[in-house]
Design a protein around this ligand. Sequence first.
Ligand SMILES: [Zn+2]
Length: 243
Amino acid sequence: MGACLCGSFAAAAAEPRGAVCFTFDDYHGTEWLEAVPLFRKYGAHATFFVVGEITPEKAGVMKKLQAAGHTVGLHSLHHCDAVPFIHEHSEEEYLRREIVPQLDACARYGLTIRSFAYPNNRRDEAADRMLFPYFDHLRAGRGPEKKTLYYPLATLPEKCPLGGTGIGSYYNSELAVLKEEIAHAAETDSVLVFFSHNIGPAGRIGRIDMPAEWLEELLAYARSLNVRLVGFEELNGLRSRGK
Ligand SMILES: [Zn+2]
């Protein structure tokens, strides 16, 4: 080997920088499980948010995802927007109707859950306070300003909302822009969150879903920059690193 270390080699040999969290909402059990080998190929973990009744079949998928190192979270029983529901009814009613039935079912199946994704990304601070007794990380969207959000790892709170950027044709995603965002997360040692839904070949998925080809390209790119690819439950371990 020559004496010259090119830039990319030096970067690859350096400490990990930042973290990217790929998250997937609703429920696509078969396709999510089919994507597990792709994540494994890049040493990556994702986060999967499950909506609806936790049936024995869903619980089985959730256990397999957790066993593969991924984070599994909840996404409400009826995909009911938290903020308008609380205004119309109450926090107690939202918890009773949307949150507790899913958590109780998970407990019965021996599933530990610490993450939640807001249906339709509708959140506010009052809703966060309502949910923090039950969850550590609350996934939302980018908010009304539609700005990509970065959360410096050094100051990441133990419990926090995390706004993500949608990936899919519906969100007008561009691969080059997504890569720039991953590079920025690396440079600033920050957490960057993406969300999508199903995962599959580009021709066979919907507009709010993740093309498997894109997922592979983004995982490979993040890996080349030494960016961590982690599920939400791994974030607190990163924040306390080096202390
Ligand atoms: Zn959803």
